[in-house]
Design a protein around this ligand. Sequence first.
Ligand code: AMP
Length: 110
Amino acid sequence: MSTIFDKIISREIPADIVYEDEQVLAFKDISPKAPVHYLIIPKQPIATLNDANPEHQALLGHMMLTAAKLAKQAGVAEDGYRVQMNCNPDGGQVVYHIHLHMMGGKALSA
Ligand code: AMP
């Protein structure tokens, strides 16, 4: 099923894109929970973490390393940041195209 993130990948709707390569796209969250709040998404649609399989292992690792790289670029790596992936309703997932939240720029509550 197509999501709003597919439309961002295909440029049907705009986003504040901060990084792109062959595998992933990263853009600013439209409703930021921290001064720096990026979403890192794979270009291939995987609805939830439950739908990931061993074929996606390298892609998931690449998403994590991209989050760390973007945290450094945004100047929040040294003070610290949070990387989070929500899964399904109890996990707070709203968009069913997996994404990492990378949040920093202030002390985040537990
Ligand atoms: P989640 O609850 O983990 O599914 O997170 C979805 C995130 O996507 C939320 O933090 C939203 O603010 C963000 N979001 C939804 N639509 C857009 C959009 N068009 N551009 C940027 N971020 C978005």
